[in-house]
Design a protein around this ligand. Structure first.
Ligand code: RFL
Ligand code: PHB
Length: 395
C-alpha cells in the first residue's frame, strides 16, 4: 500500500498517546496517519508503566479498547506504604468517593490499541522515522519521514507530536518559542521483572534508610520490582541474589511478611526526571504525552497524563470538525497544563518523600518520616495522597 500524502492530523509516534489519539479521531470521523519509528514488536514489548487511573480506564472503555483490560486487569483499591518497619494502607475508594486504579501493563494497552488500529483504524506505519516537520506556521505543515528505505512527505492540517521525550516534533519549534522546566534527580530506578507471583495483593512503596523500593506486579504470576540506585549504576554488576537481598532489606517490616524470590527475566536502570514544556502548542504543532512532559515514575502518572492529553485533544479536533471552531484547540495547552502541573507536583512529592538523596542529612530523613507518620495519623493527609494517586477526573 502506498502511504497517503495528505491527512488532517499527522500523528508522530505510536506509543500510547499516538495510538489512543488515532483511535479517538477515527471514531470521530477525522482522518489521521500514525508514523512510528520502531517496529511493532519493539513497541509492544517495551517494558514501562503498570498503573491505570480510573479516568484512563474510562477513556479506553469509551473507545472500545478495554475488552481485555476488563477481563485481565487487576483492580486495586489501595496501596501500602512502608517505613520504619511499619506499614500503612491507603484505601482509595473510601478516601476518594469510590475511585480505584487498575494494574494492566502499558505493553498490553499498546497491544490492544495496535490490534484495533490494524483491524479497522487509520494507517499506522511502523519503521517510519520522522526526520523533519516544516511549515507549522502555515495552514499545511509538512512531515518528512523515511519508510522502507524511501524518503516521503505527508502534508496535513495539524501535526501532533506524540513522539516521547527524545522525539523530533518539539525540536521543530523555533528556538525561544517554548519554555521548559526541568529537574533531574540524583538517583535512578533499577527495575526488574521476575517470574514469581507477587508477594503482596497491592503495591508497596517502601521508604528505608538504604533507599526506596517498590513492589508492583504485571499479573498473578509476574512481579515487577524497583530499587533506588545511584545514577550511572550498571545493572549487569548486580547478581540476582544481591537484588533479592537488597529488596528484602528495604521492604523489612515487623510481622511475618515474606518476599518471594524467583528468576529475574529482565533488568534495566532508568534515570528520573521532571520536565514540562510550555505551551504545549506552537502554530499547527501540538505536543502530547512524554513529548511535552515527563514525571518521575513514583506517582505512576506518565501514561495517565498521556491519555488525558489526547482525550482533551481529540475533543478539540472533534469540535473543529463539527462546528469549525478552534476554541478547543486554542485552549488545549492551558487545559492540559493545569493537570500536568498537579501531576508534576504529586510525582515530585512522592519521589522526594520516599527516596534518600546523596546530600540528605538526618534532618531531611526526619522530615520524610514525619510526613509519612502524618499520612498514617490523618485521614485528610491520606485523602490528599489517595485523590492524587487514583487520579482526578479528566477535565
Ligand atoms: P512513548 O511511549 O515514549 O511513545 C513515543 C513513541 O514515539 C516514537 N518516536 C517516533 N516515531 C516516529 N518518528 C520519530 N522521529 C520518533 N521519535 C520517537 C517512539 O518510538 C515511541 O513509540 O510516549 P507516550 O505515547 O507519550 O507515552 C508515555 C508513556 O510511555 C510514559 O509516560 C509512561 O511509560 C511513564 N511511566 C508510567 N506511567 C504511568 O502512568 N504509570 C506507571 O506506573 C508508569 N511507570 C513509566 C513507569 C515509565 C517508565 N520508564 C521506562 C521511563 C515506569 C517506568 C520504568
Ligand atoms: C509499575 O508497575 O511499573 C509501576 C507501578 C507504580 C509506579 C511505577 C511503576 O509508581
Amino acid at each position: 500500500m502506498t502511504p497517503p500524502t495528505h491527512t488532517t492530523v499527522a500523528v508522530v509516534g505510536g506509543g500510547p498517546a499516538g495510538l489512543l489519539l488515532a483511535r479517538l479521531l477515527h471514531q470521530a470521523g477525522i482522518d489521521c496517519v500514525v508514523l512510528e519509528h520502531r517496529d511493532r514488536t519493539y513497541v509492544e514489548q517495551r517494558q514501562r508503566a503498570g498503573i491505570l487511573e480510573q479516568g484512563t480506564v474510562d477513556a479506553l472503555r469509551a473507545c472500545g479498547a478495554a475488552e481485555r483490560l476488563d477481563r485481565e486487569g487487576l483492580v486495586h483499591d489501595g496501596v501500602e506504604l512502608r517505613w520504619n518497619r511499619r506499614s500503612h494502607r491507603i484505601d482509595f475508594p473510601s478516601l476518594t468517593g469510590g475511585r480505584r486504579v487498575w494494574v494492566y501493563a502499558q505493553t498490553e494497552v499498546v497491544k490492544d490499541l495496535v490490534a484495533l488500529q490494524l483491524a479497522d483504524g487509520p494507517p499506522l506505519l511502523f519503521k517510519a522515522e520522522v526526520t523533519a516537520v516544516t511549515g507549522a506556521d502555515t495552514e499545511h505543515p509538512v512531515v518528512q519521514y523515511t519508510h522502507q528505505g524511501r524518503s516521503r512527505t505527508l502534508t496535513c492540517d495539524y501535526v501532533v507530536g506524540c513522539d516521547g521525550f527524545h522525539g523530533v516534533v518539539r525540536k521543530a519549534v523555533p528556538e525561544g518559542q517554548l519554555q521548559t522546566f526541568e529537574r533531574v534527580y540524583p538517583y535512578s530506578w533499577f527495575g526488574v521483572l521476575a517470574d514469581i507471583p507477587p508477594s503482596c495483593d497491592e503495591l508497596i512503596y517502601a521508604h528505608s534508610p538504604r533507599g526506596f523500593a517498590l513492589h508492583s506486579m504485571r499479573s498473578p504470576t509476574v512481579s515487577r520490582l524497583y530499587l533506588q540506585v545511584p545514577n550511572g549504576t550498571d545493572p549487569a554488576t548486580w547478581s540476582d541474589k544481591q537484588i533479592w537481598d537488597e529488596l528484602e532489606e528495604r521492604f523489612a517490616v515487623d510481622g511475618d511478611w515474606k518476599l518471594r524470590r524467583g528468576p529475574i527475566t529482565q533488568r534495566a536502570v532508568l534515570p528520573m526526571r521532571s520536565f514540562v514544556t510550555e505551551p504545549m502548542r506552537w502554530g499547527r504543532i501540538l505536543l502530547a504525552g512524554d513529548a511535552a512532559h515527563i514525571v518521575p515514575p513514583t506517582g505512576a502518572k506518565g501514561l495517565n497524563l498521556a491519555v488525558s492529553d489526547v482525550v482533551v485533544l481529540a475533543r478539540a479536533f472533534t469540535e473543529r470538525a463539527s462546528t469549525g471552531s478552534t476554541a478547543g484547540l486554542n485552549a488545549y495547552s492551558d487545559t492540559c497544563l493545569q493537570r500536568v502541573w498537579r501531576a508534576e507536583h504529586f510525582s515530585w512529592f512522592m519521589t522526594t518523600t520516599t527516596h534518600t538523596a546523596p546530600e540528605h542529612s538526618g534532618f531531611e530523613t526526619r522530615l520524610q518520616l514525619a510526613y509519612l507518620d502524618r499520612i498514617a495519623a490523618s485521614s485528610h493527609a491520606a485523602a490528599e495522597l489517595a485523590e492524587n494517586y487514583a487520579g482526578l477526573p479528566i477535565g
